[in-house]
Design a protein around this ligand. Sequence first.
Ligand code: S3P
Length: 175
Amino acid sequence: MHSGRHIVNLALIGFMGTGKTSVGKLVAEQLHFDFLDTDEMIHQRTGRTIADIFAKDGEPAFRAMEHQVVTEICQRKKTVISTGGGLPTNPKNLELLKSRALVVCLWSSPEKIWERVRHQSHRPLLHDPSPQQKIKDLLAARESFYKQADVLINTDTRSLREVAVQVALQFKLGS
Ligand code: S3P
């Protein structure tokens, strides 16, 4: 699977609300890796919320920041990288991640995603008159990107801890 690849990191990709950050932290503990989250890094660097960046600078400006952050993070080793849900829609980002990380996608159905995000308000793309339809449309548009991950894990029927155990196992098998 990894001919020519030097797998020293683990990257989690997937739609909003699939548990990337929570699972990533648990996996980092299990593997004794550092943990980094691309949204959190953008927030720390700019001192602004993601919603504010989207509102004032627009989505393309946010995507440029995301690309910059992923370029830097990929140079690291022994790091679990949790990514924003739209990050793998830029093929360059996916290529960068794959160069040094095993890429694991956390997958969920639109219904489960809605259950998990419906009481949260920090995601600008879901500030929509029909958020449930928006989730379905975005997920359909992104499916082909998510499915380029090395490993796909369905999170609908598993607890965060169970997902974390699966992810750590896949990393041990695949690195
Ligand atoms: C986004 C997902 C968010 C965040 C931003 C855009 C997306 O991250 O990067 O709101 O395009 O799906 P999470 O997946 O961590 O919610």
